[in-house]
Write a protein that binds this ligand. Structure first.
Ligand code: ADP
Ligand code: MG
Length: 460
């Protein structure tokens, strides 16, 4: 293969190898990518996909083998040199400048690519404006250019993370999870049609509130006080009205699923609860205690554990250290206290990795560790934001079983998801959100039996 004519190949690897200690992460990978081609790299979690990317981009040095880009050997070049030659990438975990606008994020990358740090005659915000807008147009984000990038729904963020290596003519663009590659339109999730999500459609009380009706009257005769009660909350980001009079209840020991398309308001609901985006009106009450005005830290101390969509582990600490630093002794002592040992019983896979640095874990392993770490805070209610996102099917299955085990311990959970299959066994009840409102609620069994609801609100 090494001797094959390299003319038409834009990227080629020959016998690429990498090991971490005793683990052979990448073992002799030969990859040929002809110009203009789209290649998928498929494999279960831990198979070495991200490591292979890291070798190609020079983010990690390889042990042996060669990398050719447009026929030129680039095996030992630094990431920034590879980037300038035209190898761009996205990352599994989003990394954007949240306070800059979407447009400024792209301009920043262009400025750095062209080594233009300032221009004496023009403010930076005017430099590369047209090129940046053209790039945003290509990925369908031109309409969001002026917004602060922190406001994008998670699924929209990764598209701006590549390092531009040649303006709009980026020859190699690697992407994860079927996201856009070279002008293609593959998304791994159903799109809700960006731009029409909020603020522009009338949403009065006249709109249907769930075809199958509301199956349960919280607080009705004989009902216990819910562990968590959300009453008519309205949440905003700046001037943008995101949640509209949203109410939901969670009983002790229940697993409640928040379903809905990208941008429906699932993450915002969870952030409203944990106090990262507190509602402007309405009430959130946990065990009779109103949360208004409390900081996220205080809310966590009241027993709410939050596992955000983007996995958060301390990359330089080992698995065990990640768990130990998260250990808290607060709480009312009602729930059994979590220890690393107990966590390993639930996540046996993590036990074998306990001395590995968390930064070296695969995406699925990091997700397990993030959940495990949150458990170390002994929450009474666990909020999980799209835990299955981006994980391989086998890992999703394993995670589902582990969360099932967690449910059997009696832990109350709210799971935001787009993967219905993942929550179909785990969940007790379902709320479907759409444009920041509850459009349907019912038991999981009712929901699964109701194909109309799925078709109307979830595009499945
Ligand atoms: N910080 C923010 N500022 C402004 N708008 C935001 C912010 N975060 C999210 N949004 C918007 O709120 C809506 C709901 O988003 P989100 O709660 O992330 O949805 P989901 O989690 O269901 O995908 C989307 O239209 C999104 O663009
Ligand atoms: Mg979300």
């Amino acid at each position: 293969m090494a001797d094959q004519a390299r003319g038409p190949l834009v990227l080629q690897t020959v016998g690429l190898k990498k090991h971490f200690g005793g683990l052979q992460a990448v073992n002799g990978v030969d990859l040929d990518v002809p110009d203009g081609d789209l290649r998928a790299i498929i494999g279960p979690n831990g198979a070495g996909k991200t490591t292979l990317f890291n070798l190609i981009t020079g983010d990690l040095p390889h042990d042996s083998g060669q990398i050719y880009f447009r026929g030129e050997e680039v095996s030992r070049l630094a990431p920034q040199d590879l980037c300038r030659r035209g190898i761009g990438r996205t990352f599994q975990v989003t990394s954007i400048f949240r306070r800059l606008t979407v447009l400024e994020n792209v301009q920043t990358a262009l400025l750095s690519h062209h080594r233009r740090h300032y221009d004496i005659l023009r403010p930076a915000r005017r430099l590369y404006r047209e090129t940046a807008l053209a790039l945003l147009e290509r990925v369908g984000l031109a309409g969001q250019a002026a917004k602060p990038s922190g406001i994008l729904a998670h699924g929209d963020q990764p598209r701006r993370r590549y390092r531009p290596g040649g303006g709009a003519d980026h020859p190699v663009h690697r992407a994860r999870h079927g996201r856009r590659v070279r002008g293609g339109q593959a998304h791994h999730r159903p799109s809700s049609g960006r731009g029409d999500r909020r603020g522009d459609a009338p949403r009065g009380p006249g709109q249907p509130r769930g075809a199958a009706g509301v199956s349960r009257t919280p607080g009705g005769p004989g009902a216990l006080m819910p562990l968590l009660e959300i009453r008519q909350i309205d949440t905003y980001y700046g001037d943008s009205h995101i949640l509209f009079g949203l109410s939901l209840d969670v009983e002790k020991g229940e697993v409640v699923c928040l379903l809905g398309r990208n941008g429906a308001g699932k993450t915002t609901t969870l952030k409203s609860i944990i106090g990262l985006d507190p509602p402007r009106s309405g009430r959130i009450v946990v065990r009779g205690r109103e949360l208004a005005g409390l900081s996220p830290y205080r809310i966590a101390r009241l027993g709410i554990g939050y596992v955000p969509e983007e996995r958060r582990v301390f990359g330089n600490l080992t698995v065990r250290e990640n768990l130990e630093v998260a250990r808290k002794t607060w709480g009312d002592g009602a729930g059994a206290a979590w220890t690393a040992e107990r966590v390993f019983e639930l996540f046996p896979h993590l036990r074998g990795l306990r001395d590995r640095r968390a930064g070296r874990l695969s995406g699925g392993e990091q997700q397990m560790l993030t959940i495990a770490r949150t458990l170390m805070g002994n929450p009474d209610v666990l909020l999980l934001d799209e835990p299955s996102e981006g994980l391989a099917p086998l890992v999703v299955e394993m995670l589902g079983e582990q969360l099932g085990g967690l449910k059997r311990t009696g832990l109350t959970m709210i799971v935001a998801e787009q993967n219905i299959h993942f929550v179909s066994e785990l969940g007790d009840r379902v709320y479907i959100l759409e444009k920041g409102m509850v459009r349907y609620q019912g038991t999981m069994a009712e929901f699964l039996a109701n194909e109309d609801v799925r078709r109307a609100h979830l595009a499945v």
